[in-house]
Structure formats: structure tokens, C-alpha cells
Design a protein around this ligand. Structure first.
Ligand code: ZN
Length: 216
């Protein structure tokens, strides 16, 4: 690890190791699949490619951005272009990419995760499924950002999901919420055609959340 590393980066390395372990424990990814990143100024700290989360140490976290060339020994995640595209398009401070089973199953069969529960307002509304593009490609990064629009989550067809937020914890909680919503939608469909909340009903929820200070 570099000697005079800013405190923010040291904290980010530890946080990425901790949430990487949770990714596996919470069944949002298996093995070394999925990846996490945190932005500190112009630097992005990201999990490495092909390393199982249980073996991940703070020194394995990769740095991407101006002045980071040659730092560390690991290769950054193959989905680094997608993380960078999200940072370029949003004000996010952290990005989480999962291969969680309910979301992947939905991505293979649906074009959108509809508003089956009002909690979807925490993601900005119904979550779009971006058309299939090969993992790690610039096309996938562009498709993800395009499909997300103003939301803080997007589902990737036959692949997984990406969520982001103002902190790694917020981005991670959104990934957990997205997986839960995909499961609820699947369960609801077992009962028949689910009733879906309208844009007006979601707007009412968002207004009430703002009034009582949730999500601020
Ligand atoms: Zn992936």
C-alpha cells in the first residue's frame, strides 16, 4: 500500500473488504462475482478482478484515476468501465454490482421490475432492465447508464444489477432492497397478475417520505 495514502482511501479499502464479505453472506454474489467501488475525489477504489471475497484484504483494493497508474498488484474489476460510467453520469459516491439470483432470474424474463411495493421509491421508481451486452464491455456500461435514467438502480439482462448512492452503505442497502423487490414480484405472480402502484401513488409516497424526513 502507498505510504502517504489519504485517510479517505484507507477507510474505503477497509469498507470495501467488509461489504465484499457481506455480498457473499447475503447471497448477492457467489465466489468472486459482483464488485464494489467507492469514489474519493477523482480516485475510484474498486474490488479486484477474480479474487474470492473471503481472501480479499485492504491492500488488494485497486485504485483507478489520475496518478494511480502502477498502484497495487491486482487488476481492477472487469466491470470498472461500468462503475466509471455511473460516476460520470451521477453524483454517486459508491457503486455496487451484484449477481443476486432473484434479480438475475427477473432479468432473463422481464424488461422492467414494476412497482409491486412502495419501497421501490427508494430506487427512484420501477427499475428498467438494460438490454444484454457482454460483461466488462463499454456497451454494457453505456446501456446500464442509459436504462437507469434518473434512478439509482438498473438491472442488466441475463447478468445482474447495479445500484449506487451517497455512501457504500446506501448503495449496498439498495442492492438488498432490489433483490427483495424482485423476490416479492416473483411471489406475487404466483397468485396471478399483480396489482402495480401507479406513478401518482409512488409520487404520493415520495412526498410523504420527504415530509417526514426519510431518505434525507
Ligand atoms: Zn457482473
Amino acid at each position: 500500500m502507498a505510504e502517504a495514502e489519504p485517510a479517505g482511501l484507507t477507510t474505503a479499502r477497509a469498507e470495501l473488504v467488509r461489504y465484499g464479505a457481506r455480498l457473499v453472506a447475503d447471497r448477492l454474489a457467489v465466489g468472486s462475482a459482483g464488485n464494489l467501488s467507492v469514489r474519493i475525489g477523482e480516485t475510484v477504489a474498486i474490488t479486484p478482478s477474480g479474487l474470492a471475497y473471503e481472501a480479499l484484504r485492504p491492500a488488494d483494493i485497486c485504485l483507478v484515476g489520475p496518478g494511480t497508474a502502477g498502484a497495487g498488484t491486482r487488476r481492477p474489476s472487469s466491470e470498472t468501465p461500468m462503475h466509471l460510467a455511473v460516476y460520470a453520469a451521477t453524483g454517486a459516491a459508491a457503486v455496487v454490482h451484484t449477481h443476486s439470483p432473484e434479480v438475475v432470474a427477473l432479468s432473463a424474463a422481464c424488461t422492467v421490475l414494476p412497482a409491486v411495493h412502495y419501497a421501490i421509491t427508494a430506487l427512484g421508481g420501477p427499475v428498467a432492465v438494460a438490454p444484454y451486452q457482454r460483461f466488462g464491455s463499454a456497451g454494457l456500461a453505456a446501456a446500464a447508464v442509459r436504462a437507469a435514467g434518473q434512478r439509482s438502480a438498473v438491472i442488466l439482462q441475463n447478468h445482474g444489477a447495479v445500484t449506487w448512492g451517497g455512501s457504500l452503505d446506501q448503495a449496498y442497502q439498495r442492492a438488498v432492497l432490489l433483490e427483495w423487490l424482485a423476490q416479492v414480484y416473483r411471489l406475487a405472480r404466483c397468485h396471478g397478475e399483480p396489482r402495480i402502484l401507479s406513478a401518482a401513488e409512488l409520487a404520493e409516497v415520495t412526498a410523504e417520505m420527504a415530509r417526514i424526513g426519510y431518505g434525507s
